[in-house]
Ligand binder design. Sequence first.
Ligand code: ATP
Length: 347
Amino acid sequence: MKIKLENLYKTFEDTIAVNNLNLEIKDGELISILGPSGCGKSTTLFLIAGLHSPDSGNIYFGDKIVNKVEAEDRGIGMVFQNYALYPHMSVLKNIMFPLEMQGFNKKEREEMAIEMAKITKIEEFLNRKPSQLSGGQQQRVAIARALVKKPKILLLDEPLSNLDARLRIEMREEIKRIQKEVNITTIFVTHDQEEAMSISDRILLMKDGICQQYDTPKNMYTKPKNKFVAKFLGNPPINFIETKYKDKYRVEILGSDISLDLCKFPNIINMEDKNIILGIRPEDFIITTEENALFSAKVKSMQTMGKEIYITAILDKNIEITLITSWDFNIELEDILYLNIKNLHVF
Ligand code: ATP
């Protein structure tokens, strides 16, 4: 089912939780709503679910406006962070539960529940109670229960936040697999950028109720529309260096004597007299020789992260940058690194 949000607003007293949101989700797509706490992720999800009504704007499922359709009639399945399973019921009964009012007989209900248990790989636990399952298995039950009625839309509100780091990675792959297998339009709320990047066809990144960018994970990372998007995605975060445009390809780093010749990066052109913020991702620095360097930096601290080293280095005065190198470089504190860059963002 295709979803469209048109000029959507939702306020709570003096807070604008969702501010003029416009969005189209294609049939069968999995999108994530990402952003810092309080940015309006859950409110957007609840508007789509019918648990909140918008102050203004429209929500379309397919070509139909559903603003006035009750939540239970919207044909959605929902999964929450806390699973919300019925503790006294077996896994099978939990999954069958949403079918009770649907007019299916017991045998049909059982067959449908077992089919979903197979897809979500919890078939062997059907007779157990939720308390006898691991967090990941309980979340699979919650997903099976959300999908058993064959909804057209699946809404997931931070579904993995109660799981440990390894299980989160396993479950996000599972969610993607199940979602593709049943081919259901899915909206996944998370504040974890890695989770959103790994699972989504597209990401909606919000701040203060406003869409900052709605794009594929790759575009979002390689072509961020503003500094907020650039900084939100990527770990360690992107470096921002404040500069002033001098002439053709030259900029001067503010608060330093360094001027850079950026002729390799034509996106710098035509910014006469402007202050320009350069965005350089830590992995986009190249350690090179003095003659090939754009600038040099002195190593201030180092942190080994598996096969990589995160280096903080001083460009000049108090201007710090973070870069990533592989640990086979022999680098010591106080070393001077000669650096070039392979990619540049301009804000
Ligand atoms: P989190 O990641 O912390 O769950 P979120 O991005 O999901 O945050 P929302 O829960 O959508 O954010 O909240 C958006 C804004 O609306 C916040 O400022 C929040 O305080 C406010 N808000 C949400 N629900 C209500 C409510 N029922 N009454 C008053 N204010 C609310």
